[in-house]
Every structure is written in C-alpha cells, then in structure tokens.
Design a protein around this ligand. Structure first.
Ligand code: URA
Length: 238
C-alpha cells in the first residue's frame, strides 16, 4: 500500500505537494469514491482517477543516458527532431519517461530519465539541486581570475550565480582555446554557456560528466542503462 499522493506523483500527474492539493480539492477518486483525506493509502488493485481520468500506473523506472549531440532533451519536439526519449523507444522502452532537466541540443553527456515525477521534481528543486560537473571547451585562454569569477559567481540576467567549482584542465596556446571543468548546483537556462560568456570565453563544446553521485562510466554517446537500486536510493536520499 502506498500513499495516494505518492502514487499520483509516480504516475507523473504532478509533484507530491501538488497532488495533495488535487486530493484536498476533491479531484481524486479511489474505486469511484471521492477521497479528500491526505493519508489515504492505495494498493495496486485500487482504481484511481484524477478529474475523471484513470491514472496510468507504471512502476517507477530510472535510466541514465549518455546524450549524444543533435537530440532534444524533451519527450516531444514540435519540429519532429529526434529526442532523448526516442533513443529509449528505439530500444523498446515502453514507460513514459522524461528527462530530469535539460541539456542543450548540442550538449553531450549525462542525463537522467524517469517516470518518477516526485523524484524528478525534487532533484530539480532549487533547494536540492544536485551537483553537476561539466567539461567546457571555450574560446580564449582562461585565466586564474576568470576561474575565480566563475567560482564566486557571475551576473546572469541581473542575478548572481551560486558558488561553483572551476578548474582549468588544458589550454591550447596555438588555437587559443581552453578546457575547463565547472561544477554547479543550479540549472538555469543555458547556465554554463552564459557563465562562460560572462567571463568572456564563449563555449565551443559542452559535455556533462556527472550528475550528483552518477557518472557515465561504461556508456558511449547514445547508450543508456537502468540505474541500480542503490543508485536510486542515493538519489532519493539526496
Ligand atoms: N548549461 C548550458 O548552457 N547548456 C547545457 O546544456 C547545460 C547547462
């Protein structure tokens, strides 16, 4: 037996909190009876409907993808471009998963996909945002001062980015490019590209190598795998 709001969140209806509001507002029925009590528990056999629509209950699944360049980080694309979900579909993955956060079309690297709305919301919430490490190839020779600015925070859209970690990995003095490792805990739109832009080093190539406790070991671009129960537990504990 599981709490109704948890079942709703796992089915992708809304976050657990928002599901509680739907329950309290009388939108939810269990076996035809409206339920407004928040502690209510349901089993796999109970028929849950939200606003008259049966809940499509799937077991929670978690996949880790090494996103290749040239795919969209969403479940659907209006322009019909290939999405990260298409990559899983090609391998007969049937669950309705969606990506936790986004990587740009041209960004490669680690991306979590799940149908567990509750965990996805938690991981993306500014309060819990997990550490994400990026490797950026940028224009110009990055100085110690640039690294310090990235660490302390730079202004993007009038607000300062939170403390980050930055480390110079390589410079190419002939081509005038640098490779920098940057770890951030936020996930604003184009955050990494805009941070480098702010210190005068536009990004040429971007790759995300870690997401919280997870890394890409053993996954080639375009490959994915299911998370191990222990990894799911670690993410939930975060
Ligand atoms: N920041 C970016 O600018 N792009 C990404 O894809 C991810 C983080």
């Amino acid at each position: 037996m599981e709490r109704l709001q948890k079942v709703m969140a796992e089915a992708g209806v809304a976050s657990r909190r928002a599901s509680e509001k739907l329950i309290a507002a009388g939108y939810v029925t269990v076996n035809g009876q409206t339920v407004t009590t928040l502690g209510t528990k349901v089993s796999a056999q109970d028929k849950v409907e939200v606003d008259g629509v049966p809940l499509h209950r799937e077991k929670a699944v978690y996949y880790l993808l090494n996103k290749p360049r040239g795919v969209i980080s969403s479940a659907h694309d209006e322009k019909g471009r290939r999405t990260v979900v298409d990559i899983l579909r090609d391998d007969e993955i049937q669950e309705r998963v969606y990506p936790v956060g986004r990587l740009d079309y041209d960004t490669t690297g680690i991306l979590l996909l799940t149908n567990d709305g509750d965990l996805a919301n938690k991981l993306m919430h500014p309060k819990y945002e997990v550490a994400k490490t990026y490797i950026a190839k940028v224009k110009g020779l990055v100085s110690n001062d640039d690294l310090k600015q990235l660490r302390l925070g730079v202004k993007i859209d009038g607000r300062r980015t939170k403390p980050a970690k930055s480390r110079l990995k390589e410079t190419d003095r002939v081509k005038k490019t640098s490779i920098v490792q940057l770890t951030i805990h936020e996930g604003h739109y184009h955050q990494v590209k805009r941070m480098f832009e702010a210190v005068g080093h536009p990004v040429i190539k971007l790759h995300r190598e870690t997401y919280g406790p997870l890394n890409l070991q053993g996954l080639q671009p375009g490959e994915f795998r299911e998370l191990k129960p222990e990894e799911v537990r670690q993410l939930k504990q975060h």
